[in-house]
Design a protein around this ligand. Sequence first.
Ligand SMILES: *Cc1c(COP(=O)(O)O)cnc(C)c1O
Length: 405
Amino acid sequence: MPSFYEKFGIRKVINARGPATVLGSSRVRAPVRQDIEEALGLSMEMWELQAKASEAISRLTGAEAGCVVGCSAAGIAIAAAASLTGDDMARIKELPTIKGAKNKVVIQKGHIIGVGDAPIHQVIRMTGAEVVEIGEALDCAVYQLEASLTPDVAAAVYVTYLFGDRFPPNLLSLETFIRICKQKQVPVIVDAAYGTEYRGLIAKGADLVVYSAQKWLGGATGGMICGRRDLVYACYLQENGIGRPMKVGKEGIVGVLSAIDSWLKRDSAGLLRQQTALAEQFKALMTQLPGISAEIRRAAHSPSLVLDMIVSPEAAGITAWEINLGLGQGDPVIKADDYAVRHERLTFDFTFLEPDDIAVIVERISALIEQGKLQPGNPALSQPAEPLTRMDAMFENYKKWRTRT
Ligand SMILES: *Cc1c(COP(=O)(O)O)cnc(C)c1O
């Protein structure tokens, strides 16, 4: 029997990056897949399924209510829409024309990130809202937030957990942000798509929190919105308006129900022990290579253990950029977190790695180092004279669709 990859003519990916959307998000585990498979062959009332999902999301997060949407980016748009319309169905059906008195959404400039690959301010503007950016790229002050919260502000958005702890340290804390917004009675929407701290954000007083169902939680493609019951209801109703093209199917909702069940029952200490054993083995093999050192650490906001591989280009005869490119070009494709590749660092996440993958990755790195030694400045691997940014490199990936290479 051909493998899945052979049947459909695509390359296998060894995923040391984690639940990245571009790699198909999470690898859904067997019990969740079984529930989804069964649901796909059946009919059901979607409001009833969403009501059950609301109960499950409440169990996970401690929020009053929750609903399932198409993805986390959809969750941001829908939460913003809900803050503009409430449960007024006539207003819901008019967006992106806003019939209410409030039409602005406030966000710190340092939180203007890509939600996946789309800019968050674009996703908010889809609702018709005007985005008001406060502060500067690296800084924001209390007086700037206070001054921005005028009577026409419908909501304020706060982003957390993107790449763990890599946000600029001098933006407003969530606690301060929530305290000031509460004084002005402006609801706070938190984007926590990359996080797994499912209870803390609601406990801190966020009005709506968006989580991913397809990242660490391990569901099918989907996002979850949880929070105040009236606002979550207004989110659910957006399916009658601009939420329609972002709607979730029964497989996404059943995926959330089943994945929450698995999450609440999982043996996190046991999983961490398994990951630790794998990481130690990986580190021992990897550090035999010339110019390669490694550090194992807990990821800041995920349930994972990660290994940072640090390259000394003089000793290795090759840069982290070249290794990363070589890992991504072969069959199987090998993907690590390359956010810090310019600092000679690649980060390997163990959540989706199988024991057999370790040797394949180390062999590939070893071969790349050999190749680099034989052909210094190997043009197939080397960095262009004007280095691409991460976003340009992502665009290069999309372009491959046309040439299929
Ligand atoms: C991944 C991510 C998103 C987008 O998630 P999708 O479910 O792919 O839409 C949004 N915000 C943050 C912080 C993320 O990490």
